[in-house]
Each structure stands twice: as C-alpha cells, then as structure tokens.
Design a protein around this ligand. Structure first.
Ligand code: GRF
Length: 318
C-alpha cells in the first residue's frame, strides 16, 4: 500500500472531532495518519488527549504576528500533507490558504451553504428548520465557502435547544469527518482520478490525443499516423510501487541527477527508463500540479513535430 497521507489536526478546544480522526486512523486500512496535533491554545483540552494517545503534539502560544509563520515551519518540518481543522477558531490568512490550496479541510456544524459562521444551531432553530447536519469542505479564502466534500443530515426534534441539537450534530460530525477525509485523501491516490487530472493537462496542449501504449493510458502529439507519445501513465507496472506519469527527460544524466536529488518525486521506470522516460510520482497528496504541467509541456516540445514547435517558438518570440 502507498504510504498514508500525513494529516495535521488544528484545534482550539475540546477536540472531539480530532479524537474521531485519531481513532479512525487506527484502522489498518485508513489512508491517513494523524501525524501532528496543534492549535492556537496551548491549554486546549484536546491537546492533552492527543498526547495521551501517543500523537505528536506541538503547543504554540498564539501571537498575531508570528503564529502562522511558526505553524508553517512546523508543518514543513513534520512533512504534513493535509491540514484538518477541527474546531480551530482563528481566521487563516489568505496567503497561507493560497499556499495550502486544496489541502486544508474543515468541518462545520450545518448543511452548508446554509448557516455559515458561528451560532449555527440557534440559526437553524430560529428559522424553524426540520433538518440540519454537518459539512466537510475545503477551506478557501471566504469563510465556510470552499468546495463541499461531504455532508450528513440530522433531524431537528420538537423541543430541541441549541445544546441538544449541537450534541446530536456532533455525533454525526464524528462519523462524517473521518469518512470524508479518507475519501478525499484516497481520491488523490486513486489511479482513475490521477489519470483524469493528467489527461486534462495533456489534452490542453496543442494537437494532442489520447492513446493507449501497451495497455497504459497515454497521450500523443501530432497526427493519427505519425504522432508521438509524450506522456504515459504508469500504474505500478512491473512490480513497482509508484503511480506516476512518464515524460521525456533530456537524457540519462538528467534523469540520474533528478532521481538522486528528489527520490520522493522522481523515479526511473522499469522498461521505459533506458529510452529517457522519467517518472514523476503522483500518488502523493502534495503533488505540485503546476510542476507536472510544466513537465508535460516540456515533454510535448521534445516530441512534437517541427511544424508545431516552430509555431510555438514564433509565438514566444512575438
Ligand atoms: C464542532 O462542532 C465543529 O463542527 C466546529 O467546532 C466544533 C468543535 O468541536 N467547527 P470539537 O472541538 O471537535 O469537539
């Protein structure tokens, strides 16, 4: 099995959702691990619980001007791939969110987009709604507005108060969060999802089409008859453990250098390696897709017929 995604959970208080994530991650087939718990309040009860469960905990005293910088270097030291907010009560600066785009998830106790922000249960009761619930979503700059990853409904009972409703919604949250996080992390390691993403990038380049190569999904540039492959999806072929895309390197020297410098990103594929195909690993959750797009464009250039690259050069000089 590929390695588990390394998740940092950020809390400000009780940490019951954090606990749900920690216990879910104890299942042998859970695709994530809670590699770190931290937050803005060194005395948050959840931190003590995480510690007692043997999870790595970092206590950062909140300081407006340094907190997110300290957090950033901590996350990088611990090679964290995904941040899960679980009752974390600080607004995250836009620059931080941008750097972690698509890699911060949050749980919110309502059926988003209904009732963003605080005091959601009071709002549900005041509106006389019969159903509420919880949502897990990606964090974007605007509060509680990123892509929805999963939801669960909870009935409002006659006589419910904000407290009784919060209690039941919390039970639903504890079920929802681990399940959705597992799916989310899993999708980035799912060969079909990876193939769709690579395909979208490859087909955005001029005169490209899909083709299979020895059964593997691949993309070529040029005409039906004389087109050349410039990208091949590599899915654990020949007993190897990587899912990745193969692109053309300039030669064996460059390949050796890259693999040596960044073995967690590059690999030498069996069978294709000798003809200068280098593998870029994609079954990780911190794939830099801009970097993959650059490699695809470069490989496209190396394989495209002169009539196409000439056009491109002319456009660049223009
Ligand atoms: C939960 O209701 C969560 O949805 C919201 O804050 C609360 C945190 O509770 N974002 P806990 O600390 O996980 O127990």
């Amino acid at each position: 099995m590929a390695e588990r995604a390394r998740v940092a959970v950020l809390i400000s208080g009780r940490g019951s959702n954090m606990a749900a994530l920690i216990y879910a991650a104890r299942a042998a087939d859970c695709p994530f691990e809670v590699a770190l718990v931290t937050g803005d309040r060194p005395d948050a009860p959840g931190l003590a619980l995480a510690e007692a469960e043997g999870i790595e905990v970092e206590r950062i005293a909140y300081d407006k001007s340094t907190f997110f910088q300290t957090l950033e270097s901590l996350l990088s030291d611990k090679t964290i791939e995904i941040i899960a907010l679980a009752g974390f009560m600080r607004l995250i600066p836009p620059a931080f969110i941008a750097r972690w785009a698509g890699r911060i998830v949050n749980i919110h106790p309502s059926l988003l987009p209904r009732h963003k922000g605080l005091r959601t249960h009071e709002a549900v009761l005041a509106a006389g709604e019969r159903v509420t619930g919880a949502s897990v979503h990606l964090v974007s700059e605007e509060v509680d507005s990123g892509e929805l990853l999963g939801q669960v409904e909870v009935a409002v009972l006659p006589g419910d108060t904000a407290e009784t409703l919060a209690e039941r919604v919390l039970i639903a949250e504890h079920q929802l969060y681990p399940r959705v996080l597992a799916q989310f992390v899993g999708r980035e390691r799912d060969p079909a999802w990876i193939e769709a993403r690579v395909g979208a990038l490859a087909l955005a380049l001029p005169e490209t089409s899909f083709k299979t190569s020895h059964g593997a999904p691949a993309w070529r540039v040029g005409s039906e008859s004389s087109g050349k492959l410039f990208a091949i999806l590599f899915n654990r072929h020949h007993g190897e453990d990587s899912v990745g895309v193969l692109v053309k390197a300039s030669g064996q020297d460059e390949m050796a250098q890259l693999i040596d410098a960044e073995p967690e990103i590059y690999f030498r594929p069996a069978y294709y390696g000798p003809s200068d195909w280098i593998g870029i690993r994609l079954d990780r959750s911190n794939v830099d897709w801009d970097h993959v797009a650059e490699w695809l464009a470069r490989s496209w250039r190396a394989c495209a017929p002169p009539r196409l690259t000439k056009l491109l050069r002319a456009a660049e000089e223009f």
